[in-house]
Design a protein around this ligand. Structure first.
Ligand SMILES: Cc1cc2nc3c(=O)[nH]c(=O)nc-3n(C[C@H](O)[C@H](O)[C@H](O)COP(=O)(O)OP(=O)(O)OC[C@H]3O[C@@H](n4cnc5c(N)ncnc54)[C@H](O)[C@@H]3O)c2cc1C
Length: 499
């Protein structure tokens, strides 16, 4: 062999890819990440303009807790000896909902329950029972080492170490939140609230949201809490990339993989848009499954289990994103960092229905010039609605859509329009272009009601030596979730390589 052979080549430096790569490099593997963009992070990336540092996507970050086993971002950074300061956020979300439901999800569990019970005193018992059941799921997860469920010896080991936690997880794996919520709660408005509690991260209502994921989110926000990285979300990927290099791994930017190379049906390497070829004993794709099996591999030869997956899961919408710089004076004292705005329950799942808002400068003022704040407002949007337009039509459509969002936000931030200093509008086309994701999608969502997380694939694929990592693998979207997928993927590969 006269070419350089890597142990592992990772396509993409999203958090899933970075965690896989850093875990393996820390174990001594020779690792190369190939990233198509200029910086690492993918949907957890950033951009800078006129003194502002904007998060492109994620900004409500779980996984930075100090205890338990679910603090996977803390653990991923520690594994490669890098450190990142984080700022605790005392309130996960301030909801501004129909029927005058104006509610804060405080980090303090009892305070949150009390806030909700104040609106639904007749459901006090049901509220406690439902959220306590979510805590049970979390306690099971938080008591075991989170690694690859595709590694039988590990599964046996954790089972004997903690049989009750494992049996608990097995019980919840096929369940969805809606079924559990309806066991305890009858009030239709409260069930709507549980729907948006799920929708704001799963982008589907409670009926379709796996209980395992809800157990994590609804409990960790009161345990490890929501913590914002000092310097912006982009720092997480930057630090992991730094840790990767410290551990002997390599990362190359502007290196777009166009093909996964196979020989006798096994993955053996990748080819870049430049024509450059790299060989690896194991190939990991951090691109979405649609990109992996329809673009990087010949779609005509898609493995049958991927076809089944596509029948079960569809692409969620993308987002219309407003990156706003605004005079600090328009925000009232005690404004929280994260908000959800919805005026009509009927619109929750529609394009431009629910508006998500993050104001990270309330936690880290250095992300904006003195006297200004960042407001990142985003709302679901379908790529089909943004295609086939002339450049002028596209600009006009962006302007009109931004106008509608700003007008709605005036309700919670009066004076926003007048206080605008900066506005950049991203559409599903922007998400597709900069994040490299098919249709700019946020990720897979069930086509129909599925049995919890049972249908979500793990890291191995039908193609020997090819693995997937990230939000189209178990357990789905979110930074801590894709970090879990990264730990699992690295674990399985390390065993396969005998590391
Ligand atoms: C608007 C928005 C808000 C969000 N808010 C939150 C939040 O508050 N909290 C939270 O936890 N999560 C949030 N998320 C979700 C979270 O950001 C994602 O689930 C997560 O970042 C996905 O990580 P990943 O590892 O799957 O891959 P990605 O982030 O998709 O990264 C994949 C990487 O692979 C690269 N790549 C793709 N194809 C190729 C190729 N062919 N060659 C080379 N490189 C390639 C891409 O450039 C990218 O860097 C949000 C997402 C969005 C879009």
């Amino acid at each position: 062999m006269n070419y350089e052979l890597f142990d592992v080549i990772v396509i993409g430096s999203g958090i899933g890819g970075l965690v896989t790569a850093t875990q393996l490099a820390a174990k001594g593997a020779k690792v190369l990440i190939l990233e198509r963009y200029l910086i690492p992070g993918g949907s957890a990336g950033y951009f800078q303009s006129q003194g502002y540092t904007f998060d492109v996507g994620a900004s409500m970050i779980f996984g930075f807790g100090k205890k338990g086993t679910t603090n996977l971002l803390t653990r991923a950074l520690e594994a490669v000896n890098v450190n990142l300061e984080t700022i605790p956020d005392p309130v996960q979300i301030h909801y501004h909902l129909p029927n005058g439901l104006d509610l804060k999800v405080e980090q303090n569990y009892e305070k949150f329950l009390q806030n909700l019970i104040n609106y639904f005193p007749h459901e006090a018992k049901g509220i406690r029972s439902f959220y306590n059941e979510c805590q049970k799921v979390f306690n099971c997860l938080n008591n075991i080492e989170l690694l690859s469920l595709e590694e039988p010896r590990y599964v046996v080991r954790v089972f004997f170490q903690n049989p009750l936690a494992c049996l608990g997880l097995a019980k919840y794996l096929p369940q969805n939140v809606g079924d559990v919520a309806r066991r305890y709660i009858k009030d239709p408005l409260l069930l709507k609230f549980i729907d948006i509690e799920c929708y704001c991260w799963s982008v589907v209502p409670a009926e379709m949201t796996p209980m395992i994921n809800a157990g994590m989110v609804f409990s960790d926000r009161h345990y490890g809490g929501v913590n914002y990285p000092q310097g912006g979300v982009g720092k997480i990927a930057q630090k992991l990339a730094e840790g990767l290099e410290k551990a002997g791994g390599q990362i190359q930017y502007q290196a777009r993989v166009t093909k996964i190379l196979t020989e006798q049906g096994q993955a053996i390497g990748v080819q870049l848009a430049s024509g450059q070829v790299y060989h690896g004993k194991r190939i990991v794709s951090n691109a979405t499954r649609w990109d992996t099996f329809e673009k990087l591999l010949p779609s005509a030869r898609m493995p049958s289990n991927e076809k089944i997956w596509q029948q079960r899961y569809k692409k969620s919408p993308s987002f219309l994103s407003l990156h706003i710089g605004v005079k600090a004076s328009i925000l009232q004292a005690n404004t929280e960092c994260h908000h959800i705005l919805l005026e009509d329950w009927q619109n929750m799942e529609l394009a431009e229905g629910t508006i998500f808002v993050s104001i990270p400068t309330l936690l880290d003022p250095d992300l904006a010039p003195t006297g200004y704040h960042i407001i990142h407002a985003f709302t679901p949007a379908w790529i089909a609605d943004w295609q086939g337009l002339t450049p002028t039509e596209y600009e006009q459509k962006k302007e009109q859509a931004a106008g509608r969002i700003i007008q709605r936000l005036e309700k919670i931030f009066p004076g926003l329009d007048a206080g605008l200093d900066y506005l950049e509008v991203g559409t599903p086309l922007t998400h597709r272009r900069f994040l490299g994701r098919t249709d700019g999608s946020y990720g897979p969502i069930p086509q129909r009601k599925l049995r919890g997380l049972l249908g979500m694939p793990f890291n191995r694929t039908a193609i020997p030596n090819l693995y997937c990592v990230g939000d189209s693998t178990f357990p789905g979207q979110g930074l801590n979730a894709v970090a879990f997928s990264g730990f699992a993927c690295a674990h399985r590969i390390a065993v396969d390589l005998g590391l």
